[in-house]
Design a protein around this ligand. Sequence first.
Ligand code: GAF
Length: 372
Amino acid sequence: MRVVEAFRESYGAEPLGVWHAPGRVNLIGEHTDYNDGFVLPFAVPWGVTAAIAPREDDVIRLRSLQAGSPLTIETLDRAEGWARYVVGVFWVLREAGHPVRGADLVIDGDVPQGAGLSSSAALEVVVGTALNELHDLGLSKMEIALAAQKAENDFVGVPCGIMDQAASALGEQGKALFMDCRSLGTRNVPFDLAQHGLQLLIINTGVHHDLADGQYARRRQDCENAAKHLGVDALRDVTDLTGALAKLSGDERKRTQHVVTENHRVEALIGMLRAGAVREIGGLLNASHLSLRDQYEVSCAELDVAVESALRGRARGARMTGGGFGGSAIALVDDDRVEAVRESVTRAYAERGWAAPEIYPATPAAGARRLV
Ligand code: GAF
């Protein structure tokens, strides 16, 4: 295993174990997690693998097979760039009073670049899962996901919700993860595409528009403001959408419309899966995209073209996935239309002079686990 060889080479010793945590793709339920709503992501077959051995001092030595030179971190808040996602998890666990000292780590990641498939959540969750086992902390998978989210919120400074870390920690092979982001209740729902002659294609636009981070924080703020105006704890609590929309205007109105209808779409999609109607979920994916484009305003030209051209190639449904402003779209496609969809999307990008997007099928993979 590459990480084990690199570990020996870097530190002249054997790691105590090797762990893996996957990235995620979200089937539906976008920008609902921080509104106490519903999400339905699944863990993807790509992620982050880490070889680790604990140390008897507080130093963290870190090497990535993808990025830059090896790092030695003696003071946690000196960590920079990608290392903050790793160090942040140590910080959260130490702050919570867990006996977590330093460690030597080698990290190897294979989440496609720029795809918006949550490589950062995978990195946090693999570290949290490893430290939990190495130090016998007794944390549940959800507690690991929450620690990972806290690392990203409070140490890295990104105000993300819980979806990505939860999908990475709790995913199961062949299943999507339904989650109520208020109660943190989860259910692994069978999502077997092959049985229905279908594929879920990821269309990686390869772009990441710089405004993404600032716009994410603004969307959260719009939602909080709208909830305050409506006198509810979170937009999840809106039961009379027409009445709510009549009290709101501008951005708050649009964001509310998206969040409330998106929660209904997640519930409807779950109902379809339960009924075995996987082939019929395309309309919900399309409606989600239109709502994210027009009401939540987090799409971009590359995502819209990916979705529209996939539908022209007769995908059964398509939508942007993840935070938006770049990253990936997904398309639900009959086996015998995969090539037509691929051609349609590739042609649409070429016509605009854009670099060809990477297109690959994804099936639900297992969540974080020990490999060795
Ligand atoms: C990003 C965030 F990290 C998630 O928590 C979620 O809000 C998502 O955007 C939008 O659904 O991936």
